[in-house]
Design a protein around this ligand. Structure first.
Ligand code: ADP
Ligand code: MG
Length: 490
């Protein structure tokens, strides 16, 4: 019997782009120094009161609109009560689905291996992050820098059928958040974290009927997209094997498991049966506030062009291939760099070849420790370089040398070409003079040249290159030399 997997994601995205935290005035900024960006609220001191960050609400609404959710009339927050050292107030301010959070019942279209897919969104809500705890050998330390940072949680319906689909969706949402300008989505800074829910069911049964669904297992806090893909694959295998072995009812139980990157397995942590009751209630210290039509319209109007829209534009307007356009838009900053180069007047195809080829190779080389932010060659320098080649001042081979020299010496391409005398001689009359000189110095070879069988042409071009130390434009030199030789009086 065949089985199909049902997979739902709870994707957390930390907004890195607000100045302050979501309910406190502490700076929202990543720091390697623990407990640097904190205010009494984040530490849960008695009597602290939350103040809602308007920017964070705007960002959350923007995201809610992009995932086609319905926005509420009023914003409410709720308390989720639990006891844990990373949440010293003993409650987290969040939004449950009742009353309506920042968005419900939407959908996201994304692409997986070239196929169009749609996943339904159950809800999207804004909450505060907990502090981060670090479990050392015999002690645990807590860093409150992250506490009360704005965190957006997106909950999908169980519409994914494979690890690849879940991964493609996460990649898609990462670009959405980046392009919206709400988060850097830097995995090294823990900006994206996922809970992964997996079950399998008999593939012949009706998936619309929840009675046919299998037992759901949840993997908490999977931190990399590759990890999400692999833990799903592992769980599908584990659950399928249990069905085949007849041990499904005892081995696949409602529980929270942990993805262990090192062994590539999931490990049971706690059963869902004794799940805590969070005793949700409306947060009394934040009065509900109305999302006016004007405010919502203003927010909607501020939504910028997103990655998949840019990609379409690159294909339609710049005739780039789907493959090239996909690579270009993957990281917003790379795409912005490309856009700027084109805006300066560079040919889009040329600019794309440089960015996707030489530049990404440099940035992806981990030995370089380069990012597009600290990359020496600016869009305007890339534009210069492309122009130096297109107007034949230098050959494309020289262009590559100039590129490396610019990065090595931190010197502008124009300057390198000048300092190293790399300019090609492209002036017809200048080349003609050299052609004449070469002819008068080689009368015997000129007489021996046979227009029907111009084997000696290479010899003459060699002489021109020798005289100009390789700088004569080869195609102009060849054309002029051949004309002269063909008409030479023999
Ligand atoms: P819980 O109350 O256990 O947290 P929710 O209903 O809030 O469960 O759903 C959490 C996530 O689990 C959602 O992403 C949802 O799509 C997913 N999910 C629900 N049922 C299943 C299932 N049978 N198989 C896989 N995923 C599921
Ligand atoms: Mg849940």
């Amino acid at each position: 019997m065949g089985y199909k997997a049902m997979i739902g994601l709870e994707m957390h995205c930390e907004f890195s782009e607000t100045n302050s935290k979501v309910f406190s005035s502490a700076r929202n900024s990543y720091s390697m120094t623990p407990n640097e960006n904190i205010r009494p609220y984040d530490m849960g001191f008695p009597g602290v009161l939350p103040v809602v960050n308007k920017k964070a609400v705007e960002y959350a609404i923007k995201a809610s609109m992009v995932v086609n959710c319905k926005q509420p009339e009023y914003m409410y927050f709720e308390r989720k009560n639990y006891y844990y050292p990373d949440m010293p107030k003993n409650y987290q301010i969040t939004q449950e689905t009742k009353p309506i959070p920042v968005g419900i019942y939407g959908y996201v279209d994304y692409e997986c291996n070239g196929e169009d897919k749609r996943v339904r969104i159950n809800n999207i809500h804004l909450e505060e992050d907990a502090a981060s705890s670090d479990h050392l050998f015999d002690t645990t330390v807590i860093d409150y820098n992250r506490a009360a940072n704005p965190l957006l949680e997106l909950v999908t319906e169980p519409d994914f059928r494979s690890g690849e689909e879940a991964e493609a969706f996460l990649e898609h949402m990462r670009t959405v958040y980046q392009y919206l300008g709400v988060s850097e989505c830097d995995s090294k800074k823990g900006h994206i974290r996922c809970d992964v829910n997996v079950s399998i069911m008999d593939e012949t049964l009706d998936e619309e009927d929840p009675k046919n669904w299998g037992t759901k297992v949840e993997m908490k806090n999977v931190n990399s997209f590759g990890g999400v893909r692999e833990c799903i694959k592992y769980e599908i295998k584990r659950q399928t094997k249990a069905k085949e072995d007849g041990t499904y009812d005892t081995e696949v139980v409602q529980e929270t498991r942990r993805w262990d990157e090192e062994t590539g397995t999931t490990i049971g942590m706690r059963s869902k049966v004794d799940a805590v009751d969070y005793k949700y209630f409306v947060e009394p210290n934040i009065p509900k506030f109305k999302l006016t039509k004007e405010w919502l319209d203003e927010i909607r109007a501020s939504i910028p062009e997103l990655a998949y829209e840019r990609k379409k534009r690159y294909i339609n307007d710049y005739s780039l291939s789907d493959y090239d356009a996909t690579i270009l838009v993957k990281e917003k900053k790379i795409s912005d760099y490309f856009e700027e180069t084109v805006k300066l007047g560079a040919d889009p195809k040329e600019a794309c070849n440089w960015v996707n080829g030489m530049i990404l190779a440099e940035l992806n080389n981990i030995d370089n420790e380069l990012t597009i932010d600290n990359f020496y060659l600016t869009p305007s320098m890339l534009y210069d370089l492309i122009k130096l080649i297109s107007d034949k001042t230098i050959s494309s081979k020289q262009g590559k040398q100039v590129f490396y020299k610019a990065l090595e010496q931190k010197k502008e391409p124009k300057q390198i070409v000048k300092d190293e005398g790399m300019m090609q001689i492209t002036d017809d009359s200048e080349i003609e003079n050299i052609v004449n000189e070469v002819l008068s110095e080689n009368p015997d070879q000129a007489k021996a040249y046979d227009p029907e069988n111009p084997r000696l042409l290479d010899y003459f071009i060699g002489q021109i290159m020798k005289k100009t130390r390789g700088k004569a434009n080869p195609s102009i030199a060849a054309k002029l030399m051949k004309e002269k030789l063909d008409n030479y009086e023999r």
